[in-house]
Design a protein around this ligand. Structure first.
Ligand SMILES: [Zn+2]
Length: 674
């Protein structure tokens, strides 16, 4: 029997209902061989659990849980609400979502229901309650995954329209307040009755930006509320069980902070290989966001273990599943479940491959995971009680991401020519290449004082709480770095009636005198001032340029060298209280961000776990078990790292000093020798 580990969960997503019972014990035996201690079960099995209304059939699931328990494997049960069974749709066709053109979502698939539909909510409560009552005392069930991969899935049905009107009533109180706060005087859209309000329908560039943002907020809140219905039932019936949901990394259409709040653990569905190249900086940022939602270790609920169902998506290369596993643990995961045990012979995901192929025979990927299991047994004692502890934070406001993406110019393209993650990703890539992890913080809730520097990526929407939080942080000695449009709008998505950056003008010590969009591909030259940043670096800004006017006390740290603002300030620094506030008036390239980061690292004396090397991802976990550094080589070539001290390499059990060599697609896990 495999060892049940207390801290590290290691397992797989398993669908016993797809296979004959005669196979289940063989599956459990093979899972035992891999050292698995957990499976996720049943999250798409409503038609099997309740084939007819009120006729429950738990017998098959009880048996599957038993068969697995005999090998020391515990279960997380997924509530099956992501895929309503046909009998519900036949009885209540109104549960299907309605698109902006009034067409209902298709039957026969998943994620096709409306979260505000009273009939679906009634059936949701029934099935969740029945499951929770049946499994609360089963010692082999440890918790629940709510639904599966919530997405924005907009619905324009009568229930949603009514609920949206109520949501607006609750927010604005009166029609007068709504009309003036959102500027409905524009194009004669002032409302005289709540029933005159409809959700904005595409094309979005012809709609009111405030209403568009509120509609997005309402949809996000609808899913948070729908999740809460299930959380409340399970908490009441099975308070000793853990509750999670499987999030999707940099998916940004739901407010993930709000979705994570009532859960015990955040889980992440991590599928790195969709094509020939993998953007590991972007992947690392997704992990950092997942860890940041609750500022504690998370799980990977679905980790890619075979090729995904995408045209030409290749199978994971030898070594990659192991690297992705170690990368996840390095960035703060304490649970790894692979998707999925065995590739299914039927259904929409027939080519979404698992550890085993359709024939169920163990092959290369199975044996790779067996090797991972052996590695993890050695690593596990060293990660208990540890987490990634970044010195840098990025503000993350989902309201702001939505508002940024809703700034659509005529023609349907984003006004800035950027996806709303890009201002974050540009700087993140530079930090990633230096092996510096990042926490993402909600500026409207979280204390920033734990961080040496906070990056504010184009935080357009500002309210009083955020304004005070940012100012308090800098006043007490923090360093803030912001990019264009920060402070440009109020919380209702209306442009402020002040010189930009609005209420943050005194914090940054500037006004934005003029701004211009840069047409596709056009860039402006920017050069840093040697006297301020201690280095003269030439770089470029893209998409947008602001001419800054420093106030008294603020200094220019970079000037435009080309374009209509040549010779004018492109970036500034201001002393505010005990801290410093930097404002950059364009979207900088790697050179400029490197110049700022070099200056910053000297200023606050930050040293990364390891020096940069092409293909290297090095992350440190710190805690009661000490420090442990994961050094991963994602490249096709070996990496050599000069070591300043001696380390103990946990997987090989050897001491290393001098030069650390990491082969292609291999990893080292190191502890400093005492
Ligand atoms: Zn609806």
């Amino acid at each position: 029997m495999s060892k049940i580990v207390s801290s590290l969960k290691f397992g797989v997503d398993y669908y016993p209902e797809h296979w004959p019972r005669s196979r289940w014990s063989k599956d459990a035996e093979l899972m035992g061989e891999l050292g698995f201690n957990i499976v996720r079960l049943a999250e798409f099995s409503w038609s099997k659990i309740e084939p007819k209304e009120g006729e429950y059939n738990f017998e098959w699931l009880d048996e599957a849980i038993n068969v697995l328990a005999n090998r020391g494997i515990k279960a997380i049960i997924g509530t099956p609400t992501a895929a309503p069974p046909p009998w519900i749709i036949k009885k209540h066709p109104d549960i299907l979502r309605v698109d902006p053109h009034g067409v209902r979502s298709p039957e026969g698939t998943r994620r096709n229901y409306c979260p505000n539909n009273p009939n679906y909510i009634m059936h949701t409560k029934r099935i969740v309650k029945a499951l929770a009552l049946h499994y609360r005392d089963n010692p082999n069930v440890i918790g629940w995954q709510i639904d599966n991969e919530f997405g924005i899935d907009p619905c324009y049905c009568e229930n949603c329209i009514k609920a949206f009107r109520d949501w607006l009533k609750n927010k604005y109180g009166s029609l007068e307040n709504l009309n003036s706060s959102c500027g409905f005087i524009f194009w004669s859209q002032e409302y005289g009755d709540w029933d005159e309000i409809f959700p904005p329908r595409p094309p979005i560039d012809m709609q009111n930006p405030s209403l568009c943002l509120d509609w997005h907020r309402f949809l996000s809140d609808s899913w948070v509320k729908y999740q809460q219905i299930q959380v409340d039932i399970i908490r009441e019936i099975a308070p000793h069980h853990i509750i999670t949901h499987n999030f999707m990394g940099l998916y940004k259409e739901l407010n993930y902070f709000k979705l994570a709040e009532p859960l015990d653990i955040v889980s992440f569905d991590y599928y790195p290989r969709w094509g020939s190249d993998i953007d590991y900086a972007r992947a690392a940022m997704a992990h950092d966001v997942m860890r940041s939602l609750k500022k504690k270790p998370y799980w990977i609920m679905e980790l890619q273990s075979g090729a995904v169902k995408v045209h030409t998506a290749p199978i994971p290369k030898p070594g990659e599943i192991r690297l992705w596993t170690l990368q996840s643990i390095a960035r703060g995961a304490d649970g790894i479940l692979y998707f999925r045990w065995r590739s299914c012979r039927f259904g929409a995901e027939e080519y979404w491959h698992g550890i085993l192929d359709h024939d169920g025979a163990p092959r290369r990927r199975f044996y790779e995971i067996k090797k991972i299991s052996e590695d993890l047994k050695k690593i596990e004692p060293h990660i208990e009680g540890t987490n990634v502890k970044p010195e840098f934070a990025f503000t993350l406001s989902y309201d702001n991401l939505w508002a940024f993406d809703l700034e659509v110019g005529y023609g349907g393209k984003n006004y800035y020519g950027l996806d709303s993650w890009e201002p974050s990703l540009d700087f993140y890539r530079v930090l990633y290449s230096r092996n510096l992890p990042v926490d993402f913080v909600d500026p409207s809730k979280e204390d920033l004082s734990n961080y040496r520097a906070v990056f504010v990526p184009s935080l357009m929407l500002i309210n009083k709480t955020i304004e005070e939080n940012l100012k308090f942080y800098v006043e007490k000695g923090g360093i803030l770095i912001a990019t264009p449009r920060t402070g440009a709008k109020d919380w209702n998505n209306v442009i402020v009636d002040m010189a930009l950056p609005g209420t943050l003008s005194d914090l940054f010590g500037i006004t934005v005198e003029e701004y211009t969009g840069l047409p596709d591909g056009e860039k402006v030259g920017i050069e840093t001032d040697k006297n301020v940043l201690n280095r003269k670096i030439a770089g470029k800004g893209r998409c947008w340029a602001e001419m800054l006017q420093p106030k008294e006390g603020a200094e220019t740290i970079a000037y435009y060298t080309t374009g209509i603002y040549t010779g004018k300030p492109a970036a500034t620094i201001n002393n505010y209280g005990k801290g410093l506030a930097i404002y950059v008036g364009s979207f900088p390239d790697e050179n400029l961000y490197s110049a700022i980061l070099d200056w910053l690292m000297e200023k606050v004396d930050i040293k990364p776990a390891f020096p940069p090397a092409s293909g290297l991802e090095a992350v440190e976990r710190v805690g009661s078990s000490g420090r442990i550094i994961f050094a991963l080589n994602h490249s096709e070539h070996a990496i050599q790292i000069p070591l300043k001290k001696e380390y103990y390499e946990i997987i090989s059990g050897e001491k290393v000093s001098g030069i650390l060599k990491i082969e292609s697609l291999d990893a080292k896990v190191l502890k400093p020798s005492n």
